[in-house]
Design a protein around this ligand. Sequence first.
Ligand code: ATP
Ligand code: MG
Length: 591
Amino acid sequence: MSHAPASHPAAANAGDADGARVKQDFIRQIVRDDLAAGRHAAIRTRFPPEPNGYLHIGHAKAICLDFGLAAEFGGRCNLRLDDTNPAREDPEFVAAIQDDVRWLGFDWAELRHASDYFDVFHLAARKLIAQGDAFVCDLSADDVRAYRGSLTEPGRDSPFRGRGVDENLDLFTRMRAGEFPDGARTLRAKIDMASGNINLRDPALYRIKHVSHQNTGDAWPIYPMYDFAHALGDAIEGITHSLCTLEFEDHRPLYDWCVDRVDLTGDPSLLQPLRDRGMPLQAGKPRQIEFSRLNINYTVMSKRKLAALVQEGLVDGWDDPRMYTLQGLRRRGYTPASLRLLVDRVGVSKQNSVIDFSVLEGCLRDDLDATAPRRMAVVDPLKVVLTNVDPDHVEALAFPNHPKDEALGVREVPFSPELWIDREDFAEVPPKGWKRLVPGGEVRLRGAGIVRCDLVVKDADGTIAALHCTLDPESRPGMDGANRKIKGTIHWVCARQAVAAEVRLYDRLFSVEKPDDESTGLTYRDHLNPASRRVMQGWVEPAAALAAPEQSLQFERQGYFVADRRDHRPDAPVFNRSVTLRDTWATRGEA
Ligand code: ATP
Ligand code: MG
């Protein structure tokens, strides 16, 4: 069964008000109408990626829609790898796609490959030839292009269009036997070279390619074209609602042509190869429905461009935490719930739009604000010595793990007269409105009391080496003066028990809204944000170091961080900043 596991209520509310309302988009309305009219006993959908790269955040929209719809309406959703283009496909991608879909919280009814159906496609092609609906064409790729015409001019018939059925069948048999070199011939649909829709001008159905396939090896020297394979794949699986993005709208007439002319439901013999292999038979007539792509500013979202970033060494691989692949977002600390929330908030329509990056970040903040345990960490350390506390004093303070959720419990935070605070929280010459520590001033150390800065200790070169402070004993937790009013509160860690940590401060990979707008003569490579990664050596409290890989935490006052799923170890912690606590980009332009 296709379903979202109970722990990942994708279709329900994920702890968020957004999910609670019934979704009313046009696709769900079509499904409701179809079910009400009894057109289907149950719906079937599929998510059909080509395994030629890693999935990106745009795919999350398609995944949530395909799997989410099936779950909401008690249907089934297949994962189908549309692997018709062997030169660019790889088992590495096949594995990663499965991993990503599961990570997002979904599971498939059946895992299929378009290549599982190669023998059915082949029988279907022979049927089209026999019906006079397809012919073998000897034109070169350049000639095919020249004959195709343009948006304003009709195309011209191929000189091979009139070939007889027997000659076509013979030539197609020899194509399949591997007699001809790559590109020598194609099998083309015989539709209409004058059609206003260029996709209907005798499109290719099969091409010759002597290339090994990731699933079928060297079994086939010919491969079906995407439109043919995709339409028939849907029909074979009995997909009721075949959802895809708007750029396929113009392909829909060809999609329908393939389904109708092959007519799998009227001709079950075509499915014999599947019957022979014991595959469940469930053919039907699918309906294609298009929706708008997810676009987000400050990102590139195409497998080709993401691949180029990796290949050109501009990022550290497919799962670099700055990448907009699902693997990159995962490593950055994006949660499945935050991405499902994004898809819910963006909604489904036929209107193309660009979502502001802050919407994506807002979804992560909303998810983690509710779920991430709080910890203290110092990213850019400055030593504080409390001169009026016994040098041997050690203490464990009890801190709640979450200010709004008692169920997350408490932890012990060690305290001693030697602490680290963040350099940013001290200013010798404070700017206007400064609320943190200054020479001679006071600040509250979160949960530990109020300190006054008595002395600034400097190195020979003038850099500040440490602050000598006194702790007001009456301001300690539980004392009468614990609530004494004070302007600023800062975080800290105990220098004696803190664990040294690598803290990677990530930011947007691109510094402009439309990195792939090439009208300026620049490319997205020219818009990389030089500050997209800064690596700091900081200190974290012991409870933070103990985090499991992929555990998200809020470092108080700093942002949400995740223990890196590759590099983090409790004795050598590594944290990635997932998102800051507030959006700092909105105001940057005004500075
Ligand atoms: P890309 O153009 O980035 O390489 P693609 O469309 O070629 O992506 P496929 O593997 O063909 O990638 O996509 C699988 C499914 O995901 C398709 O149904 C496609 O329509 C959908 N999809 C791809 N990109 C987006 C997006 N940005 N928003 C929503 N759905 C998308
Ligand atoms: Mg594509």
